[in-house]
Structures are given as structure tokens and as C-alpha cells.
Design a protein around this ligand. Structure first.
Ligand code: ZN
Ligand code: ZN
Length: 330
């Protein structure tokens, strides 16, 4: 049974939604289920998943594109500009490519698209009265700029031995484990800074900018207030204290930067010849953009369930979320 004909009221609100209530896909589910964990590893790390593609890209960029640590020993315009240009190109390629495919080319029409609407035009809510241009503006100015700043400072710290580094040869087990743990760290960090951003003061001044995107598109992912960019990107400071390799740093940069476009396409998956080939967004985060005070984290991490902020997609979830919002703004 597909979600689309299982819950009548929901199908009035959404063009598409998965089967509800959303299942508990957390890898911290208790008691641990070895079969489930094995499938999680296979799905995320032993197939051409978005994470594996990001690691491949990180390695390629480390070999061919980003400046070496030897170059990063002292700050100079040329390698910082080079890093910025690569990040700019990457963000435009990923967010722009997804936007082109889904919203200009209509490559998938509305199949697996959550919201019925398209991105807003002629609305003064947005800079330039245009949601996409507004999102582009915040992503490519402060977004790419601050990602680059965090990255070059981290490279400089690594190059000078102020931040601990390691190589594959020194510790292959930790090298691989760190790749698996980084998205989990990122999700943990994101949950807490995201809750902070929903404290009414922070929400009103900073995070509301991202949340004008009730109906999201690829360019919405990095469309944030500069203060939010800064808070969001502090995730990268883990490399200042935990030993990692530049490949880990670059993977993390891709995950936080262009990766945000992949989780905000407005579609659940990329279909190729009617097969779901790539996960591109979750109903979980789409619910956050529609109802605000729920699902601050992501589905495979347990934080929302543990701290009572989980919306499972049902009408009861919506009621509980509206109650929470009311209490927060009393
Ligand atoms: Zn979002
Ligand atoms: Zn939010």
C-alpha cells in the first residue's frame, strides 16, 4: 500500500508522502538489530549512495583540485581564492544541477514531489521578489564564503600542526570509521544548534530566513542568515580537535555545503527509468519546513524521538507540533 491512498486528509495537504506513520529508522534503535544495522551499512556505504559519492568527490578534489596542506601553511590570496572558486563551482553544480533537472527541465514532473506548489515568484517576502534568486543570493554569498573560511582556517591549522591529522597508513581503521561517524556527528551537532535556532529570539532574528522556504527547492538548503551559516558550520570545528585527514575535512565540507541542496530538493528520490536511484530529501525534514517545531534532526538519528520533538507525519503529530509551537510563543 502506498502512502498516497492510505490517509485521506494527508493527501489533501501533500502531492506525495511516504507510508505513515514514518518508521523508526534510527541506527540507535533499542535493542540493536544486527540485520537492520547491516542493511544500513550496505545502503549507505557499500552502494553508490550519496555519502559514497561525496567521499569519491572529496578524494578527487583532494588529489586534483584543492590546494595541498603544504600550500596552506601560510595564508595567501591565491590558494584561498582557489578554494573559494572550487566551492562556488561545486555549489552551483549541485544545487544548480538539481534545480535545473527538477524545476526547469521538469525531469520527473511531480513524481515523488512532496509539495504541490513550485517556488514563489513576484512575492515581496523574498529578496528580488523571487524565492530562487533570494535562495541563490544567500547560498552563494555568505554560504560559500563562510564554508570556505571554515575550510581554509582548518587547512591552515592542519598544515601547521595546530590541529591533529592522520593518514590512512597510520590508522586505516580510524580513517574509515571517521568517514562513517562524520555524518552522525554532523546530525548530532545539527540537532542541537537547530534547537537553539528555534529559540524564539534566534528564530525571529536569524533562522526565520531559512524558514520562509515552506515549500523547499535545492537552493533552499544553504539559504540561511549569515549568523545561522556560522552556527551551522561550527560542525567543521570537530577537525580542530579530533585527528582527521584533509579528505575527511573535504567530505565534511561537501556534506554541509552542496549536500544541503540534496536534502532540500522537495522530492524524495531521484527516479531513473522509474527506479529510485538516489535519496534526495526526506518527508521528515519537509514536515519541519511545514510545521516548524518538530523534526529538528534527521530520521536515522534518535534525537527527536528521545527528546519528544518527533512528528511521524500523522494528524496527531501535527496537533502535538502546533501545541508545542503555541507553548513556545506564549
Ligand atoms: Zn531546511
Ligand atoms: Zn528550523
Amino acid at each position: 500500500m502506498t502512502g498516497n491512498n492510505s490517509k485521506e486528509p494527508m493527501s489533501r495537504e501533500w502531492n506525495y508522502f511516504p507510508e505513515l506513520p514514518l518508521p523508526n529508522t534510527s541506527i540507535f534503535r533499542w535493542p540493536p538489530d544486527p540485520g537492520f544495522l547491516a542493511r544500513w551499512i550496505v545502503r549507505n556505504w557499500l552502494t553508490l549512495s550519496e555519502r559514497v559519492m561525496m567521499v569519491i568527490l572529496a578524494v578527487a578534489l583532494w588529489v586534483f583540485a584543492y590546494p595541498s596542506l603544504a600550500t596552506a601553511k601560510s595564508f595567501s590570496f591565491s590558494w584561498i581564492a582557489q578554494t573559494w572558486a572550487i566551492n562556488m563551482g561545486l555549489t552551483i553544480a549541485v544545487a544548480g544541477g538539481l534545480h535545473w533537472y527538477f524545476y526547469m527541465q521538469r525531469g520527473q514532473a511531480r513524481r515523488l514531489k512532496f509539495d504541490r506548489r513550485d517556488q514563489a515568484k513576484n512575492n515581496r517576502l523574498w529578496k528580488f521578489s523571487d524565492q530562487v534568486r533570494d535562495n541563490l543570493f544567500w547560498s552563494l554569498t555568505s554560504g560559500v564564503g563562510q564554508i570556505t573560511a571554515f575550510q581554509v582556517v582548518t587547512m591552515w591549522l592542519m598544515a601547521n600542526g595546530y590541529a591533529p591529522t592522520l593518514s590512512f597508513a597510520q590508522n586505516p581503521v580510524w580513517f574509515v570509521l571517521a568517514l562513517i561517524l562524520l555524518p552522525i556527528w554532523s546530525a548530532f551537532h545539527f540537532y542541537w544548534v537547530h534547537r537553539l535556532l528555534h529559540v524564539p529570539f534566534f528564530y525571529r532574528h536569524f533562522h526565520s530566513l531559512h524558514h520562509r522556504n515552506v515549500n523547499i527547492g535545492p537552493w533552499s538548503g544553504l539559504a540561511m542568515h549569515p549568523v545561522e551559516h556560522f552556527i551551522y558550520l561550527t560542525s567543521l570545528m570537530i577537525h580542530w580537535i579530533v585527528p582527521t585527514h584533509p579528505i575527511h575535512l573535504f567530505f565534511h565540507v561537501i556534506y554541509q555545503g552542496p549536500g544541503a541542496a540534496m536534502t532540500h530538493t522537495g522530492y524524495e528520490d531521484l527516479l531513473i527509468r522509474d527506479k529510485r536511484r538516489l535519496k534526495l530529501g526526506t518527508f521528515y525534514h519537509q514536515l519541519h519546513h511545514r510545521f516548524y517545531e518538530c523534526n529538528y534532526g534527521n530520521q536515522e538519528m534518535p534525537w527527536d524521538r528521545w527528546f519528544g520533538t518527533f512528528h511521524d507525519g500523522t494528524a496527531e503529530g501535527t496537533d502535538a507540533t502546533k501545541e508545542r509551537r503555541k507553548r513556545m510563543y506564549q
